[in-house]
Design a protein around this ligand. Structure first.
Ligand code: NAP
Length: 335
């Protein structure tokens, strides 16, 4: 199998490293510093799976025009805000890629890839909870995984040879993957989870860069705000006919938040926060980190869909709208 990863940053490099180690022929297209470091010393994978150096089955280039040959899959790995420019600069790959997918946190990537390829049948749906960030050029940290960390499926819900083969390949590379007939639901539920976490944490913690995700959860006011966002994003998710599944258990608690009354839900949220602190969990959502790092966010891809869908369905989402406005103001001054 040959896979090209277009935009090999944090997560793309994790997928590339794990798949190359398993014998998949990987071409990474990334920024010069990262590509040069990989070509000089190999790709270092650090984090929860231990430290490994990957040199075999790996080609790294800075421009799509330097990616050689045909590819079974193209994985779009840039941030959602960079999709249009990146795909426009990679037109030379369109006829050499059989199937494309993306792990971006949004619900438009499949349509964007289908438009780029000129054929929706060459796109599959994909969602992941694997976590990764570049520590330095040539060094990627895989900081989160789950027993089932990824889901994929044909957009029409059928099972095909390519989705079966890709699922097997990802599983053999250690990326716990499930082939599902309802990938659109997984995409919406992941967005529900991410919008809840990111909208909440930025709107209540951004004034203090020392605060991590759990620091506001343990406070009653923080938990109340978390629940207010959760109730609204869940209302939009459920109004489309979906029921929460906790696809990303044990991290996802959407089922619990949906079924508990307010007081029990607030107690649960405060308890989750305390358990995180006790376990030494000191991370933030990537959108929160983007703001702290002075980088433009994916707010229009992560929160805005809930506001648009709510308007379409006649639902009120005032807390989500307030989070969106706060993040948009911050985002306006970032590059
Ligand atoms: N990281 C995670 O843990 C995680 C988990 C689940 C989902 N996701 C989603 O996955 C997507 C990617 O996230 P990420 O954290 O991996 O982002 P990232 O680290 O910023 O990786 C994207 C990389 O692509 C590069 N790039 C941008 N345009 C390019 C181009 N035209 N040619 C070559 N390289 C280009 C970027 O460089 P510059 O920074 O210089 O532009 C960056 O190095 C996002 O939608 C995110 O929400 C991430």
């Amino acid at each position: 199998m040959r896979i090209c990863i277009l935009g090999a940053g944090g997560l793309g490099s994790v997928f590339g490293a794990l798949l190359a180690k398993q014998g998949v022929d990987i071409t990474l297209i990334g920024r010069a510093a990262h590509v040069n470091a990989i070509n000089e010393k190999g790709l270092q994978l650090l984090g929860i799976r231990g430290e490994q150096l990957i040199k075999e089955n790996l080609t790294a280039v800075t421009d799509a025009r330097d990616a050689r040959g045909e590819f079974d899959y193209l994985i779009l790995g840039v941030k959602s805000t960079a999709t249009a420019a990146t795909l426009a600069g990679a037109n030379c790959l369109r006829d050499r890629v059989a199937t494309a997918f993306s792990f971006q946190n949004n619900i438009v990537k499949e349509t964007e890839l289908a438009t780029w390829l000129g054929d929706p049948a060459r796109v599959i749906g994909f969602s992941t909870f694997e976590g990764g960030f570049l520590e330095a050029p040539g060094r990627v940290n895989n900081n989160i995984t789950l027993e089932t960390s990824s889901y994929l499926g044909e957009l029409d819900g059928t099972t095909t040879a390519r989705t079966t083969e890709l699922t097997e390949t990802l599983n053999s590379a250690g990326i716990g993957t499930r082939l599902v007939p309802n990938i659109q639901q997984v995409l919406w539920e992941k967005l529900t989870q991410i919008a809840n976490a990111a909208g909440w944490s930025i709107s209540c913690e951004i004034g203090n860069p020392a605060l991590t995700f759990a620091d506001a959860m343990i406070l009653r006011e923080g938990a109340e705000h978390y629940l207010a966002v959760a109730r609204e994003v869940l209302s939009v998710y459920k109004a489309q006919g979906y029921q929460p599944q906790n696809f990303y258990a044990p991290v996802s608690k959407l089922k619990e938040l949906d079924s508990l009354d307010d007081e029990a839900a607030i107690t649960t949220i405060m308890g989750i926060g305390q358990a995180m602190l006790d376990g030494g969990y000191q991370s933030r959502t990537s959108m929160h980190d983007d703001i702290l790092n002075g980088k433009k966010t994916e707010v229009d891809y992560i929160l805005k869909p809930f506001i648009d869908k709510a308007a379409e369905l006649g639902l009120e989402v005032p807390t989500v709208a307030a989070c969106y406005r706060i993040i948009k103001v911050l985002d306006n001054y970032l590059r």
